[in-house]
Design a protein around this ligand. Structure first.
Ligand code: HEC
Ligand code: HEC
Length: 411
């Protein structure tokens, strides 16, 4: 029996389909790097993005649009400082992804550390390079009263809140007692909480990496293949042989904890930066830490980490693992701004001086001795994490409580 014309057409269609599939398979094979199980695990950990919006139970104004607006106003208000022309924005510039582009911050004096970006802070557990604060609102108080920075005090903040009609009117609708009757520390905590409510809204946008990750997970190989090969190879190094993902873990590319990667802790003309060791002490002594009276979480569940903190000698010279989203826009790098470009950063890891590492970092880190091509690949990958557009603020997704967000892995 001869096949019917319909059957011939369908065989022909099947043949064409098969050939097309083979061609597509071959082309995606040439434009997709292969990842091991473990590399895929880490790639998956670096999303989804954007993450859910989190509400900080320690800050009663977290997520309150009135507070976000007042916080944004305070952020650029020079009257919050006792230094001519100074405001948060002076160092955390919107047009520079909320950094200043300098090696170290400059206030009334040259500071010891590099000014970090303020993006994606809602997902952090510790704040500052040494984790001297355990909440975003407490961290936001420090520069207001630091003599080397804004050099203000509670009196200046209170006067601003009482005399400016915008703050006065808005706050009278938000507080049970007038600002004038709050104690000094309560006034500072209020300012910190308003500033934090604003900063929590700063989230970096989706990046080419996120497109790739999602495509890979949904096995959409054609879409995945749009991610440049150099970035794919860099991602393979990052999640594989380079072991970068062990510390730069999770959606924000940080496990939220501290490590020593052999960056000098000498401060020019000013001794030694003890890093996390000093940060723990400052945190324990601060009246604004989460075990204190200004934590708005009545359950105190958010204070467990601070209460359980133990001094470790290995904390000397450790600094917080920075998140890496938008990292191409925040040069120079490291707590002391000592590395000018991403290439210098990758070369640092490639040629690590093991003598400068303490045991802790040494357990993971070893010199990678990368070729120039591999260095280029890792840089291409880091660049694919986005160069955050100026002052971009975006939020989406459902709102959850901060404790429920498990983007960080315990070390
Ligand atoms: C003179 C420059 C300067 C000014 C002004 C300044 N900052 Fe900073 N900021 C820095 C530096 C430097 C650091 C790093 C400090 C450290 O780790 O010890 C920092 C750290 C931070 C952090 C921690 C970020 C992180 O990744 O943990 C936050 C939040 C912050 N600043 C918010 C503010 C707010 C809010 C204001 C205004 C009230 C402000 N800053 C004013 C220079 C400045
Ligand atoms: C042992 C944990 C650890 C590992 C592994 C690790 N990092 Fe880091 N990374 C850190 C810490 C901690 C810092 C900040 C150090 C400092 O400022 O002194 C940092 C800083 C950085 C920075 C600078 C970010 C900024 O904003 O200043 C980049 C980029 C970076 N790492 C990329 C990588 C890459 C690429 C790898 C893999 C080759 C890697 N890291 C492996 C812990 C780690």
């Amino acid at each position: 029996m001869t096949p019917s014309p319909r059957r011939i057409v369908s065989i022909f269609a099947w043949l064409v389909g098969t050939v097309l599939a083979i061609v597509a398979g071959a082309s995606s094979a040439t434009s997709l790097v292969e990842f091991t199980e473990s590399e895929r695990y880490f790639i998956e950990s670096h999303g989804p993005w954007p993450p859910p919006v989190v509400v900080d139970p320690g800050n009663r104004f977290s997520g309150d649009p009135r507070a976000v607006e007042l916080g944004e106003r305070l952020f650029s208000d020079v009257r919050l400082a006792a230094v001519e022309g100074m405001a948060c924005e002076f160092c955390h510039r919107r047009d520079r992804a909320f950094t200043d582009g300098l090696v170290v911050g400059v206030g009334r004096q040259v500071l010891a550390r590099n000014t970090p970006t303020l993006f994606n802070l809602a997902y952090n557990r510790w704040f500052g390079w040494d984790g001297a604060a355990d909440s975003l609102w407490a961290q936001s108080i420090r520069p207001i009263i630091a003599q080397a920075e804004m050099n203000a005090d509670a009196g200046i903040v209170r006067r601003l809140f009482e005399t400016d009609p915008i703050y006065r009117t808005a706050l009278s609708g938000m507080l049970e007692i007038p600002v004038g009757e709050l104690g000094d520390d309560a006034v500072l905590a209020l300012a910190g909480k308003l500033l934090a409510a604003f900063q929590e809204t700063l989230v970096t946008p989706r990046t080419p990496f996120d497109e790739f990750r999602d495509a890979l997970l949904s096995a959409d190989m054609a879409r995945a293949a749009r991610y440049p090969l150099a970035a794919q190879r860099g991602l393979k190094l990052f999640t594989g042989e380079g072991q970068c993902s062990l510390c730069h873990f999770g959606p924000s590319f940080t496990n939220g904890e501290f490590a020593n990667i052999g960056i000098s802790h000498m401060i020019p003309n000013d001794g030694v930066d003890r890093g996390r060791l000093a940060g723990m002490r400052k945190l324990k002594e601060s009246v604004f830490n989460l075990t204190g009276p200004f934590n708005d979480d009545v359950t105190r569940a958010n204070a467990v980490g601070t209460r359980q903190l133990r001094f470790r000698h290995t904390a000397f010279g450790e600094f917080r693992v920075p998140g890496l989203r938008g990292v191409a826009a925040t040069a120079p790098y490291m707590h002391n701004g000592s590395l000018a470009t991403l290439e210098e950063v990758v070369r640092h890891y490639s040629e690590l001086d093991m003598d400068r590492l303490h045991v802790h970092g040494g357990q993971i880190l070893r010199p990678l001795h990368l070729s120039d091509e591999q260095i280029g690949d890792l840089v291409a990958f880091l660049e694919s994490l986005g160069a955050t557009p100026p002052g971009n603020t975006s939020q989406s997704g459902q709102v959850i409580e901060k404790q429920q967000y498990d983007g960080h892995a315990e070390q």
